[in-house]
Design a protein around this ligand. Structure first.
Ligand SMILES: [Zn+2]
Length: 235
């Protein structure tokens, strides 16, 4: 959710940078403000929300690792092994930059890789907001795959360009890191430096408790709807 919020807040400004928009369309229209179409803004919010789950792929038993069954579980195992456990390397500014730049270059070079990344991130976003059947791993994966494929086809049919993909991945990953800094364990933001960043005086949020579901999630949902209205509403 914080990923979606960050994107809706930052995207129009960031995506006006020529590198991050569809330059051919910009040349057509000649207007910077239309660098992102409304569907791209929404697609970006979903992708950025998915990217905001990426750092937790270092935790193979997290729900997120089960999004696409063995595919995401295997990915998670690999990330966990590389990162040396939970809340390490993937919870840093360096990871957000590397993921963003890596995806940007990859997407630029290989359209198929770009599409795989988009599908993976949309799937992670849907999983994060709890799309699925409680207690049914296979059923949940199927529902998710169906919905993800549907969204991807809609994006394709509406001419969504993905010049901003790497940007969304970088922003989403970093927002996750900032969010985890608000929790009691904190994050090694400046990895490979070992220092952990967290709120002072043990103010941090305990994760996995009611506060997240009962207060934080509704407040963030309202923020997302408000931002969508602000960006796309008839004002
Ligand atoms: Zn995390």
């Amino acid at each position: 959710m914080t990923g979606a919020i960050a994107w809706l807040g930052l995207a129009p400004g960031l995506a006006a940078i020529p590198l991050f928009n569809e330059s051919s369309r910009y040349i057509d229209t000649g207007i910077m403000a239309t660098a992102l179409t409304p569907v791209e803004l929404i697609a970006g919010a979903i992708v950025c929300a998915g990217a905001a789950m990426l750092p937790d792929l270092d935790h193979p038993s997290a729900t997120i690792a089960q999004t696409f069954g063995p595919v995401t579980w295997g990915l998670s195992k690999a990330v966990n092994w590389l990162a040396g456990g939970h809340r390490g390397m993937t919870h840093s500014l360096a990871f957000a930059l590397a993921a963003g730049i890596g995806v940007h270059l990859l997407a630029d070079a290989y359209p198929i890789a770009r599409d795989i990344v988009v599908v993976l991130l949309v799937g992670l976003a849907l999983r994060a907001i709890g799309i699925g059947i409680p207690g049914k791993k296979l059923g949940s994966a199927m529902v998710n795959i169906g919905l993800t494929a549907g969204l991807f086809v809609v994006f394709q049919s509406m001419g969504v360009g993905y010049a901003w993909l790497g940007l969304a991945v970088g922003v989403g990953s970093f927002v996750h890191v900032l969010g985890d800094c608000m929790t009691e364990k904190g994050c090694p933001v400046l990895w490979p430096l070992r220092a952990r960043f967290l709120l002072p005086w043990k103010m941090g949020i305990k994760t996995g408790q009611k506060f997240e579901q009962k207060i934080l999630a509704p407040v963030l949902s309202v923020a997302i709807i408000g931002l969508l209205f602000w960006r796309l509403g008839p004002i």
